[in-house]
Design a protein around this ligand. Sequence first.
Ligand code: COA
Length: 326
Amino acid sequence: MRNAYIAGTGYYVPPKVVTNQDMMQWYDTTDEWITERSGIRERRWVEAGTGPSDLAIPAFNMALEDAGMEKDEIDFVIFATLSPEAWFPGSGCFFQEKMNLGTIGVLDIRQQCTGFVYGLSLAKLFVESGQYKNVALVAAEVQSTSIDLSNEGRTVGVLFGDGAGVVIVRAREDEPGILSTHLHADGRFAKELWVPEPSSTHYPKVTDVNNLHCYMNGREVFKHAVTRFPEVINEALDANGWNKDEVDLYIPHQANLRISQMVAKILGLPEEKFYHNIQKYGNTTAASIAIAMAEAQRDGSLKKGDKLVLAAFGAGFTWAGAAIIF
Ligand code: COA
């Protein structure tokens, strides 16, 4: 039996720290407001000229080292980002060229906050079908360049950060790994959390620079998130006959500390079972679970053989979960 598993993890965040205090130079806001509403204390921002494919490089190297592999062994790349450096081609092609990965296939996916879990699902299929042996799943975001720094943008602008996470998905015999993934979407809510432009529906693609910023109906997102997170977690548990208490660690997409706390409460789980690093990095959309997984492994919260559940919710709306023997 050929099972896909996570052979290595890596992450990278840019060195520039932007604190809630720093936010006050653009916004009429306070550390207290941001911390109370989201749990975020600081986030990382890139310097100009850095794209997601650049952030992905150190994260990829760390994941390779963790897996004890050379980059030439990678035979496919899946790149998840909502903040690509170009309208096209996708960031994966820039990454492939920068890493000198020859002519291996690259697939970009645009699944926003659920990009990593959707990507994991694809990586599992590629590996278990035998089409590829070693898939690099890259999730990287540069959000700071699309933040509205006028006071109108304060509700959204304080939440997001830049960063990258990578996992290497490989096959092993008999021993289980990525057990199941569960993918969902509801396009009725597409415009409750979106960046409307550039858009191919009109000429030119950008009619108003304000449409390059993220619009979010925060209350609607919150309401759906606290329903869909528990739903998809229960789906992942049920699919594997797992009891919620036997799971060693839950890694939710780092959207908002308050959302995760509420999800833990709804599920009747202690907060310690949920891994959080949003306090340091803000919401790094597709990259957040990958960064959290890599950090959790390094700080001892996540060990080989642990039962791990991932869950994500975000723009689309989309939501997704995964059950993994790490
Ligand atoms: N600093 C200070 N005040 C702010 C602010 C900021 N950064 N942003 C908004 N406010 C003000 C508003 O203007 C409003 O003031 P008013 O009452 O005088 O009109 C007040 O704070 C409440 O605004 P509201 O938008 O209703 O806040 P909220 O309690 O809904 O919290 C979010 C806003 C975004 C934190 C919350 O809706 C949320 O967490 N949503 C989910 C977001 C999320 O997780 N997104 C990622 C999904 S992947």
